[in-house]
Design a protein around this ligand. Structure first.
Ligand SMILES: Cc1cc2nc3c(=O)[nH]c(=O)nc-3n(C[C@H](O)[C@H](O)[C@H](O)COP(=O)(O)OP(=O)(O)OC[C@H]3O[C@@H](n4cnc5c(N)ncnc54)[C@H](O)[C@@H]3O)c2cc1C
Length: 578
């Protein structure tokens, strides 16, 4: 590895975006001013048509790419760090670049993003819905969404495939507790189940579309497959049970006896026939640790259902089983089509229920010795994410199934913090962004070490079929991606193992996606689709994220400005020659 690249890799470890080499290169004193001058020049000095019809020519530097010598990973890292790397923009039509620029500029207006939820909710009660939807459809929707149906996405999928990029196709429907109107409980349940069945059928369509290309994923939101109130209720029960289990184990002993478990469970009001149900749940085990306890508390087990029958009504229990059944049907179809299912992480107050559903599916569909189908998502911005990931590694090993992991930082920070403050519980999100970065990088390291240990134990390189663990690094953070590339190399994980993939959202961080694919790394774009009103929560989160990560958004703008400037100069040169 060349010295400069080693230095770069070291520098990029655990650095915040503001410390990044990439950004500091671009944040020269005059850079902001320069880009505005360029923009004005472009928009006033050239007709849009003239630039739009212009086909960019590769610069000499690009024709020589990749530039670095050494291993592929060195080349990947240096290309990611290269400010002149135009790979993601050079084939895009100029009009779409200008649109992206406007969208990113709008995202950097914090006041606009902060008022977006109120604007949408106001519009939905007035006759402004249509014009607002029209504006969204022709701006942010085009930037971040693949279309209104999975068929609409086919063109984008093919274009991405030509660049060696797969997709994580996502039908964008999600529900939160506030979205369900409190009406008659049985009417509510009937309506919810109809909607959930409809969503399941639509997801099957999504799988068939994703399956038109090998290796693709779909993303699945459990909140669209049942009542979010039920997910919240289940999360509440599980959280109390796990917490009191944790309080009863001590540093000297991580396990509890059967009697102690009865004691833990009996402390919770509303649990039924503890003396009968708990022994049946525990099934003669002794020395029960939290891994076993979580496994014992799988809700679909009849004794657990019986234990919780005063907390979860019969309707709740039926709805839970119906939800599991829907997810199971989706995963079975996906498996038969060679499509992988990424179960999205949602708000923390729904998450333990989602985790349990994901774990049940992983146990059923990720048999060791074959490609995993189901992946759960770990939001590393939560304080509990790293211990949870460690526990799940142990669980998968003990209960002999393949662990599928998608690592994200987390997209609900604004909402989570506001809710915690409003309801007076402690903030579940890491205190600072650096803590989140550290947690994210620790997770990457943990998983790569686990892969390396497997390789050392078996003496053969891991592949998708043989590995007990596969994971997706879903991030737009250059430092994290470079960190992962560097650590992949350190831990001797082969590029084409297929065990570690990368993911970015459609419309964001294209430079990362295109660069990774250029060097043959498995990379996927999360491509959501749906009607405008369905994708609004998703679009609001994209706006909030870009507004919060202002430096990243500026960097995206500058890359586009530079590309437009480059085309402007090329166009001028061409016209002068003519
Ligand atoms: C393929 C893909 C799938 C995704 N799926 C999901 C999903 O299922 N569930 C989900 O929640 N998100 C999901 N996301 C979104 C993801 O969680 C992030 O919102 C987004 O990717 C930005 O994170 P980043 O890694 O690019 O990091 P950066 O842009 O470097 O960091 C931004 C993130 O850091 C965290 N952060 C920012 N400020 C602070 C602070 N002050 N304190 C603590 N933490 C802070 C937040 O998580 C914020 O989103 C997905 C993203 C991708 C690319």
């Amino acid at each position: 590895m060349s010295k400069s690249i080693l230095a770069l890799a070291k520098l990029t470890r655990f650095k915040t975006p503001s410390q990044s080499i990439l950004l500091s290169k671009r944040r020269s004193a005059g850079s902001k001013k320069k880009t505005y001058v360029i923009c004005t020049g472009i928009l006033t000095g050239m007709s849009l048509c003239s630039i739009a019809s212009f086909t960019p020519v590769l610069s000499e530097a690009e024709q020589e790419m990749p530039v670095a010598t050494g291993s592929i990973m060195d080349k990947v890292i240096s290309s990611l760090a290269d400010p002149n790397n135009r790979i993601a923009l050079r084939d895009k039509p100029t009009t779409s670049l200008i649109l992206s620029l406007l969208v990113y500029k709008a995202c950097s207006m914090k006041w606009l993003i902060d008022s977006a939820p109120s604007i949408f909710s106001y519009a939905s009660y007035t006759h402004l819905t249509k014009p607002i939807n029209f504006i969204i459809r022709h701006t942010v929707f085009n930037q971040f969404v693949g279309g209104e149906s999975s068929q609409d996405c086919q063109k984008t999928m093919s274009k991405l495939k030509d660049q060696g990029i797969g997709v994580i196709l996502a039908l964008s429907v999600e529900m939160d507790v506030g979205d369900v109107k409190e009406t008659n409980a049985s009417h509510q349940s009937i309506h919810m189940n109809q909607q959930a069945d409809f969503f399941m059928d639509a997801t099957k369509q999504c799988i068939l579309s994703a399956g038109t290309q090998p290796g693709n994923f779909i993303a699945l939101k459990i909140s669209a497959l049942t009542s979010p109130h039920l997910l919240q209720k289940v999360t509440g029960v599980l959280s109390k049970l796990y917490e009191s289990f944790g309080q009863h184990t001590s540093v000297s002993s991580h396990t509890l006896s059967q009697n102690q478990v009865c004691h833990v469970v009996a402390q919770h009001r509303g649990l039924v026939n503890v003396e009968e149900n708990v022994p049946e749940i525990i099934h003669n085990s002794n020395e029960i640790d939290i891994v076993d306890f979580k496994q014992m508390m799988l809700l679909h087990r009849p004794a657990v259902m019986s234990l919780l029958s005063n907390v979860l009504t019969e309707q709740d229990q039926e709805d839970w089983l119906r939800m599991l059944h829907r997810v199971d049907e989706i995963c079975s179809l996906a498996k038969s089509c060679g499509v992988k299912v990424l179960i999205d992480a949602e708000q923390t107050y729904l998450q333990l229920a989602i985790d349990q559903a994901a774990s049940v599916m992983e146990q059923k569909h990720n048999q060791l010795g074959s490609r995993p189908t189901v992946f759960n998502t770990y939001q590393m911005y939560t304080k509990t994410a790293l211990p949870k990931l460690k526990l799940d590694l142990v669980t998968a090993e003990r209960y002999k199934y393949g662990l599928g992991v998608k690592l994200v930082r987390g997209a609900y920070m604004v909402q989570e913090r506001a809710r915690a403050a409003e309801l007076g519980y402690s903030d579940p999100i890491q205190n600072t962004i650096n803590d989140t970065h550290e947690s994210y990088h620790s997770a990457i390291l943990l998983l790569l070490k686990a892969l390396e240990v497997t390789q050392q134990r078996t003496g053969i390189p891991v592949t998708e079929e043989t590995s007990p663990l596969s994971f997706v690094i879903a991030s737009h953070n250059h430092e994290s991606v470079m960190y992962a590339c560097n650590e992949l190399q350190h831990h001797h994980i082969s590029l084409d193992s297929g065990v570690v993939s990368f993911g970015q959202l459609y419309g964001m961080a294209d430079k990362i996606s295109y660069t990774l694919s250029q060097f043959g790394l498995p990379v996927y774009k999360y491509l959501p689709y749906g009607e405008v009103k369905q994708v609004i929560p998703y679009l609001i989160r994209r706006g909030q994220e870009n507004a919060a990560m202002i430096e990243r958004t500026q960097l995206e703008c500058e890359l586009i400005f530079d590309e437009l400037k480059y085309r402007f100069q090329q166009n001028n040169t061409r016209q002068m020659k003519e």
